[in-house]
Design a protein around this ligand. Structure first.
Ligand SMILES: Cc1cc2nc3c(=O)[nH]c(=O)nc-3n(C[C@H](O)[C@H](O)[C@H](O)COP(=O)(O)O)c2cc1C
Ligand code: FES
Length: 599
């Protein structure tokens, strides 16, 4: 008997960019052919989904009937998975996730800490449905929110969004309902909806993953915004470097048009809406709303001063409502659960959830959706599984290149817009970089400054010249040539640049300096006063020597030194010739007897 598709068990293979890059697409074909060869294809459907969030462990495969999650699956494992797990109901132990805390293997993904403390409402379908098949979205309640909106007045929908207290997820946290109301009330025709999917922060992949995993949720959010605001045209500005996101968006738009959810007289109503894609060329400043609109218009992506705000004069000087991907993806959920229910998730002034990209020195890197108000500690130690290699946590950098650093002592800080801002960091788009004891905070500030300086569009002097001057000062300090006057200059420049730059890029560029000076001033002082880098990162401030008491004259360091800076022979203690040493640290890493010392 042939089983109907919906009666079949499902095997969910992660088809996010991370897992695809490690070979997930090959698994799909291999699973299908193996099932066919064993006459089991009538019992199982194999689906390529969006990102499951646990990218560190990819490629991920979930057997849906018992929620078993298998990690780092390769083609060579498929036969065993089919004959052992599917046919004989026995776990393939060696492919199960190992909990870094107690080295226990865990089978059900529901029991893995990474998932336990999450509150996945936006990402829920990302690992469950085939993003390239609109029927799967519809079967899981997709487009029901849009249909419900047609029964309501557009102004009532805006009211519902205001009740939800949803704040924009692109970084600024501006209330979405208010932005919609301003655009609706502005004079001018046509009105535009723009979805900002530029996502240029290094290390961020929240928006890209939502699009890759559930593109229709974003389209539905835009459609509802169009209906509420009185707009018939939407643009999605997405980076060309995200080809999978672009591909899945195109497929989603085509399927939505073919099934009557996009286009003329949607679902028999008198509302029409079209969505166009504009591929960005990958400039960080093009994520800034006014620069993004210039880019869609075909000009160079440079910001302009405000007012007028885009809600009054935006794209082609017409009223425009621009929101982030995650903001739009929240809209169908708010309509379906009601603004009041939504507002119960999170905190009083930061409602709902936030998708975070966890990176850095953390065991479980990946994508996590958490309720607003959760503490940094819970995210890092429960969801993130703690710090890599048993090292000590030093700080958390949150909010992208213009965010700030929160020190270890403040780990109980709740993740919400206002608490982070007060602590000198910001939510930004949700990038969270975990830093361990081996990070030099002055070097880190330099790294981010270098990024913002390179990405400055150069239109305004404070940002163009100011970030360059700050970078030069940081270089001077990390080279061991800094003075206390440099700190005074950094503080003054930070103030000036924040107050006088044209757009958010310059206004927030000094944040990494301001926050590291606030919490890690002693590290700047060590570089300036003692001419040392306590974390051993700044090359000009470190030197290596060999402790003759510990040296066993084994020649390992000598063999590995790439610059022939070590002299000695078997049986005789070795020496490092300082002039030849490039301070790469390989000798320190390779010596089995801890004979190489720093400082
Ligand atoms: C330099 C710079 C880059 C930005 N990049 C992004 C981005 O990639 N995605 C995004 O949604 N917002 C980005 N923003 C914020 C947007 O300008 C805008 O505030 C946001 O998209 C509005 O949507 P929201 O109200 O839904 O948050 C950036 C801002 C600046 C100053
Ligand atoms: S890409 Fe597979 S878990 Fe993220």
């Amino acid at each position: 008997m042939i089983k109907l598709a919906h009666e079949k068990q499902r095997i969910l293979i992660c088809g996010g960019t991370g897992c695809i890059s490690t070979g997930a697409s090959n698994l799909l074909e291999s699973f299908k052919s193996t099932l066919k060869a064993k006459n089991m294809d009538c019992e199982y459907d194999v689906i390529l989904t969006g990102c499951h969030g646990f990218c560190e462990q990819g490629p991920i495969v979930i057997i849906e009937k018992d929620n078993t999650l298998y990690c780092q699956v390769t083609i060579d494992d498929i036969d065993e998975l089919v004959s052992q797990h599917l046919a004989a109901n026995q776990l393939v132990e060696r492919l199960l996730y190992i909990n870094p805390i107690d080295n226990r293997r865990i089978s059900s993904h529901k029991d893995i800490n990474f998932y336990k403390k999450q509150h996945r409402i936006l990402l829920d379908l990302c690992g469950k449905i085939d993003p390239e098949n609109i029927s799967e979205y519809i079967n899981h309640g997709g487009y029901a929110a849009l249909q419900a909106c047609f029964e309501q007045k557009p102004t009532d929908i805006i009211e519902e969004i205001k009740v939800s207290k949803l704040r924009g997820r692109g970084g600024g946290g501006f209330p979405a309902g208010l932005k919609w109301e301003y655009t609706r009330n502005a004079d001018g025709d046509p009105k535009y909806i723009i979805c900002n999917a530029d996502e240029g922060d290094p290390g961020a992949f929240m928006d890209r993953s939502i699009i890759e995993g559930n593109p229709h949720s974003v389209l539905e959010g835009m459609l509802i915004a169009g209906y509420a605001i009185g707009s018939n045209i939407g643009y999605i500005y997405v980076r060309a470097e995200y080809p999978l996101a672009v591909k899945r968006l195109r497929i989603a738009i085509d399927q939505a048009e073919a099934t009557g959810y996009l286009g003329e007289n949607i679902l028999g109503s008198n509302f029409s809406f079209q969505i166009k894609i504009k591929e960005g060329a990958g400039a960080f400043v093009c994520g800034e709303s006014s620069a993004l609109m210039h880019s869609i218009e075909g000009h160079r992506g440079m910001p302009r001063s405000r007012p007028p705000n885009s809600t009054k004069k935006g794209l082609w000087s017409k009223p425009t409502c621009l929101n982030n991907v995650e903001t739009f993806a929240n809209i169908p959920l708010i309509i379906l659960m009601g603004g009041n229910e939504f507002a119960k998730i999170g905190t009083e002034n930061s409602t709902g959830t936030k998708v975070l990209a966890l990176t850095g020195k953390i065991n479980n890197t990946g994508l996590a959706e958490v309720p607003m108000g959760i503490s940094l500690r819970d995210v890092i130690f429960d969801i993130g599984g703690g710090i890599k290699d048993g090292k000590k946590l030093k700080a958390v950098q949150i909010g992208g290149p213009s965010g700030g650093c929160i020190p270890e002592e403040m780990l109980d800080l709740p993740i919400d817009f206002d608490s982070l801002y007060k602590a000198g960091a910001m939510m930004g788009s949700g990038g969270l970089v975990v830093l361990d004891e081996s990070t030099c905070m002055v070097d880190l500030a330099k790294f981010f400054l270098e990024f913002t300086h390179n990405e400055s569009c150069g239109k305004c002097t404070p940002c163009r010249e100011g970030t360059y001057r700050m970078l030069q000062i940081l270089e001077k300090i990390t080279d061991g040539l800094g003075t206390q006057d440099d700190i005074i200059h950094l503080e003054r420049l930070s103030n000036n640049i924040m107050n006088s730059s044209l757009c958010g890029l310059g206004k927030s560029a000094p944040n990494p300096i301001v926050s590291t000076l606030r919490y890690f001033r002693y590290e700047y002082d060590a570089h300036i006063e003692d001419k040392t880098c306590p974390s051993g990162v700044c090359k000009k401030l470190i030197s290596y020597r060999i402790d003759s008491m510990n040296c066993k004259a084994c020649t390992i360091c000598l063999k590995h030194c790439p610059s022939q800076a070590i002299i000695g022979e078997r049986g005789k203690p070795h020496l490092i010739v300082s002039e030849n040493c490039t301070r790469c640290g390989i000798c320190l890493e390779k010596c089995p007897f801890q004979a190489v010392k720093m400082g």
